[in-house]
Design a protein around this ligand. Structure first.
Ligand SMILES: Nc1ncnc2c1ncn2[C@@H]1O[C@H](COP(=O)(O)OP(=O)(O)OP(=O)(O)O)[C@@H](O)[C@H]1O
Length: 351
């Protein structure tokens, strides 16, 4: 649906240049919910504004539905923009207009007649759950309700793409959840492609199917959300994930005798996704290898219905060779990822 080829944006001020991002390549499929996450200053907002040319890229291509919109005339660009709705962190509603008139605004601009506008506005307000607020003003609504108006307005011209620029950053967690649910419902009902810019990994985890991690104007990594969560490669991604999944090994565990002395046992971090989450790994270690397995930390979560989790287990056994066999069994038979914690600084991957 959207293809970004070698996209670069450089801001020029009086005496210096600021590179917002450099040589970005991304492909966003039709009907996907695609997240872009990155720390402050990574270039996220500039990137999303380049997708509908609110910001003009310095070089590169933005291909939307087969046409490079950086090459379009002003008139054609205006047409192409109708295919892309946008919502904002601060909602950007017109304060002097009612909810219904805010939603009607883009329809008025495209020259729809009164009857068409009234029908469409009603339909959109029902979709976002605000049919009873049509005559209210934005100041009479909560933040979440205002964002719902923003969503209804963004969908007025039946766009193929919805761009969300930090759309939940000004909202509390519960309201964020309800807005994300609404976006997911819209994606399913209307088949619309959604691009979400955020600095919150929770948002990515909750609704995105694909994610690109932006850092200092470059794509640090990209892929399926489940892969990025379970096997992050870039340091910046690991930092984001640690904020919501506390898989850091607590200091007191690192000083355990099994870390320094493998003859006494092993401290291992076991990560599992999907089917392997349901396997009785601890009891199998105990029964099959006579290993004592002491669970010191555990966490389980879900991404798009797929369970994944982490366990930190201390394995002890009179015969240390059985521990090695047990670890091999976990990896080869149960399909989980095992990292042996060898000292305070390193974990050694065993898969
Ligand atoms: N209009 C502008 N003029 C000059 N530099 C700019 C302009 N807009 C953004 N920048 C710079 O471009 C870089 C990327 O900014 P951008 O706002 O896209 O990052 P971001 O990832 O969205 O950050 P945040 O999460 O803090 O909003 C930053 O170094 C920023 O200072």
């Amino acid at each position: 649906m959207i293809k970004i080829n070698n996209l670069t944006k450089i801001y020029h001020s009086k005496d210096k240049e600021v590179v917002a991002f450099d040589n970005i390549n991304l492909e966003i499929g039709k009907g996907e919910i695609f997240g872009v996450i990155g720390p402050s200053g990574a270039g996220k907002s500039t990137l999303i504004r380049c997708l509908n040319l609110l910001e003009k890229p310095t070089s590169g291509e933005v291909i939307v539905d087969g046409q490079d919109i950086t090459k379009l005339s002003t008139l054609k660009l205006r047409e192409a923009r109708k295919e892309m709705g946008m919502i904002f962190q601060r909602f950007n509603l017109l304060k002097s207009r009612t909810v219904a008139d805010n939603v009607a605004f883009p329809l008025e601009i495209t020259g729809k007649n009164k009857g068409e506008i009234s029908t469409k506005v009603k339909e959109l307000l029902e979709l976002v759950g605000l049919a009873d607020k049509a005559d209210n003003y934005p100041s009479q609504l909560s933040g979440g309700q205002q964002q719902r108006v923003g969503i209804a307005r963004a969908l007025a011209n039946d766009p193929k793409v919805l761009l969300c620029d930090e759309a939940t950053s000004a909202l509390d967690p519960e309201t964020t959840h309800s807005i994300l649910e609404l976006l997911e419902e819209i994606n399913e009902k209307l088949g619309i492609t959604i691009v979400i810019i955020t600095h919150e990994m929770e948002v990515i985890k909750e609704i995105c199917t694909k994610v690109a991690v932006l850092d200092k104007g470059k794509v640090a990594e990209q892929g399926d959300v489940i892969d990025i969560f379970t096997k992050p490669q870039a340091e910046v991604t690991k930092r984001f994930i640690q904020r919501i999944i506390n898989a850091n090994i607590p200091e007191e565990l690192l000083s355990r005798v099994t870390v320094a002395n493998p003859d006494k046992g092993r401290l291992v971090k076991v990560s599992f996704i999907g089917e392997s989450a349901g396997k009785p790994m601890v009891s199998e270690l105990v029964h099959n290898f006579a290993i004592d397995a002491n669970i010191l930390y555990g966490n389980i979560d879900k991404i798009q219905g797929t369970p994944f989790g982490t366990l930190i287990i201390e394995l002890t056994c009179e015969d240390s060779s059985l521990i090695e066999k047990g670890i091999k069994y976990l990896i080869e038979e149960l399909g989980v990822r095992v990292e042996v914690i060898e000292d305070e600084r390193s974990v050694v991957s065993a898969d």
